[in-house]
Design a protein. Structure first.
Ligand SMILES: NC(=O)c1ccc[n+]([C@@H]2O[C@H](COP(=O)([O-])OP(=O)(O)OC[C@H]3O[C@@H](n4cnc5c(N)ncnc54)[C@H](OP(=O)(O)O)[C@@H]3O)[C@@H](O)[C@H]2O)c1
Length: 282
């Protein structure tokens, strides 16, 4: 991986996703050890949520980081929309902190927008920041109109990032949201950067052009997908893996530099959007 400037903080461009982890006892130790291993190899941004396994993912992450230096980890969790105002917000955060066995989150994300007035949620997140329980707050699954509204409320400009679905097969955010975020110096966290890794969606990994680019760099197609997602130096990808081998591959992908020929070939196979589409979400 490489380090990037994430709103003034130096973080690796490849982090670790943890959805679907922690609930299956037969895989618990394997998944915990893969997360610990990834952090020890430099992937220090960890993404979890109160939603994931109804807290099981946070418990797993807490276990994975317990012997590590907390200050070197950038820990992200998220709250449900129905917890977006007090007293639920503080209660949700305390639950996440307890499960993660930590005193603070580096980043607390509004998982997806609900009905609470943005002004109220922002003001309450700012209060949690003042208390030192979160270092930063941000949003997830917000489209451009949500972002525009967000930055117009008091302290809304303190939003740290937006975490959205982004990979070669799902490029809708490139049409207006990403240019807007760049203009406002707002980095992206790209979730599901490998399209969830198999043929569930777009058969990306079977694409012959992508294979050609991978062969040229002597890496896997998944590594090219990751390198492509973070190519603008202003994006962190948070792939999830249950394999130490894949973890190392993913971390190594953070250093792959795709050249113009590569990007042109990828654009041919997976064209950029030419009109606005509704935000893709999983
Ligand atoms: N904010 C949100 O609303 C939201 C929504 C969805 C996801 N997320 C976050 O984003 C994270 C990642 O998304 P995701 O898990 O849906 O999809 P993903 O990271 O795109 O894909 C995960 C899949 O890719 C495979 N994989 C990983 N590295 C690989 C490699 N080097 N080579 C081959 N296969 C590889 C994994 O299998 P192996 O286990 O075999 O490696 C797994 O099946 C989640 O864990 C979560 O933290 C956030």
């Amino acid at each position: 991986m490489s380090l990037i400037d994430f709103n003034g903080i130096s973080v690796p461009n490849i982090g670790i996703g943890t959805w679907h982890m922690g609930s299956d006892s037969s895989n618990y130790e394997r998944d915990r050890d893969v997360i610990t291993y990834g952090i020890q190899h430099g992937a220090t941004v960890i993404d979890t949520a109160e939603m994931y396994g109804s807290g099981d993912s946070e418990l797993l992450v807490g276990d994975a980081i317990k012997e590590l230096d907390r200050d070197k980890i950038f820990l992200i969790s998220k709250f449900y929309p129905n917890n977006a105002t007090e007293p639920n917000l503080s209660r949700a955060l305390d639950g996440s902190l307890k499960r993660l066995d930590t005193d603070y989150l580096d980043l607390y994300l509004y998982h997806w927008r609900g009905s609470a007035p943005l002004e109220k949620t922002v003001s309450e997140l700012e209060a949690l920041k003042q208390k030192g329980k979160i270092r930063h707050w941000g949003v997830s699954n917000f489209d451009i109109d949500d972002m525009q509204e967000l930055v117009s409320v008091p302290n809304g400009k303190n939003v740290f990032t937006n975490e959205d679905l982004y990979n070669m097969g799902v490029r809708g955010v490139e049409y207006s949201l990403l240019p807007w975020q760049r203009k406002h110096n707002l980095p992206l966290i790209a979730y599901a950067p490998m399209d969830e890794g198999d043929s569930r969606h777009h058969n990306i990994e079977r694409n012959s052009i992508l294979q050609k680019v991978a062969d040229k760099h002597n890496v896997s197609v998944y590594q090219v997908m990751l390198a492509w997602t973070i190519r603008d130096q202003n994006t962190i990808a948070i792939p999830q893996t249950t394999s130490k081998k894949h973890m190392l591959d993913n971390i190594a992908a953070g250093k792959i530099k795709l050249d113009k020929d590569d990007l042109d070939m990828i654009n041919t196979a997976f064209p950029a959007p030419n009109h606005k589409t509704p935000l893709d979400i999983i």
